[in-house]
Design a protein around this ligand. Structure first.
Ligand code: CP
Ligand code: NVA
Length: 315
């Protein structure tokens, strides 16, 4: 618990809000944790620490991987939903953050508008972790970079093709392309393109990023093919989204255009038969189960960084 205000608190609000060296440390630490003590049986660096998990949207992977990860590191968790908290009756995010900071050592928030997360980080005196917003999912990208490392022997120089909605996960891929050394080629329907300001920001950072509308062109020769649901949590207009996104489906035909040893990635949950076919999801190119597992290892590393445990990695 901390009562010292703001400065130096290790929030993980977004990928580009931490140093590149920190991202590199987290990914390295995630590999070490997975290699040396994957179930956390011998190594309890966060003993006595408590993490609050607040979900204003549903979750399977984020919820379970953070809870299990924190327990494996020797800590404990308090699992909360927005509707159970006074937050659901109008207590402000800031006041909730100030109170929770007196009880727990870190807070993870999954929410709607990015402003809610910013408000929590502004008021909290303990680290705040972004567990997904309408416009970002940075924890997912930690696991995704780790998975590319494992399956492709490193992320540097890889060609990643995104096909589908320019949604929260797509936007975090754009952040990642600016921070890790890979090429990102995106194909999205015109009405569902990622924001032009974000694309301009990434180009300004030197990212190798192209955004277009043709899945075949972006997937041709790619090392990694990635997509996500056509309808994210909170999205409306499902029928029109389906019509727009149908040509962006990842199927056997599209995977054949990628490199012969390309991998398929998806943050999950998948909507089988929509953005991806069973043949791809269950086929030899699919890395999705490793990707889901790596949420656990990468978030354990993230928690160790947030809570200042860099010198407590298992040898
Ligand atoms: N990928 C992901 O964040 O899954 P959940 O919504 O199940 O947490
Ligand atoms: N884009 C999806 C990701 C779920 C993990 C959503 O926001 O619903």
């Amino acid at each position: 618990m901390s009562t010292a205000k703001g400065r130096g608190v290790r929030h993980f609000v977004d990928l580009h809000r931490v140093e590149r060296e920190t991202l590199a440390w987290i990914i390295d630490a995630a590999h070490s944790l997975k290699r040396v003590d994957p179930r956390g049986l011998a190594h309890r660096p966060l003993e006595g620490k408590t993490l609050a998990l607040i979900f204003e949207k549903p979750s399977t992977r984020t919820r379970v991987s953070f809870e299990v990860g924190m327990r494996q590191l020797g800590g404990s968790v308090v699992m909360l939903t927005g509707s159970e908290l006074q937050l659901g009756r109008g207590e402000t995010i800031g006041d909730t953050a100030r109170v929770l900071s007196r009880y727990v050592d870190a807070i993870m928030l999954r929410t709607w508008d990015e402003d809610r997360l910013e408000e929590m980080a502004e008021a909290a005196t303990v680290p705040v972790i972004n567990g997904l917003t309408d416009t970002s999912h940075p924890c997912q990208l930690l696991a995704d970079v780790m998975t590319i490392d494992e399956r492709r022997g490193g992320v540097r120089g890889q060609v990643v093709a995104w096909t589908g909605d320019g949604n929260n996960v797509a936007r975090s891929w754009i952040r990642a392309a600016a921070l890790f050394d890979f090429e990102l080629r995106m194909a999205c329907p015109e009405p569902l393109m990622p924001p032009a300001e974000l694309v301009a920001w990434a180009h300004g950072q030197g990212a190798r990023l192209s955004v277009s509308h043709d899945p075949d062109t972006v997937v041709r020769g790619a090392d990694v093919v990635v997509t996500d649901t056509w309808v994210s949590m909170g999205d409306k207009e499902a029928p029109s989204r389906h019509n727009l996104l149908r040509p962006f489906q990842v199927n056997d035909r599209l995977m054949r255009i990628a490199k012969p040893d390309a991998i398929f990635m998806h943050c999950l949950p998948a909507h089988r038969g929509e953005e991806v076919t069973d043949v791809v999801l269950d086929g030899p190119h699919s890395a999705v189960w490793d990707e889901a597992e790596n949420r656990l290892h990468s978030q354990k590393a993230l928690l160790m960084w947030c809570l200042g445990g860099e010198d407590k990695l298992p040898k």
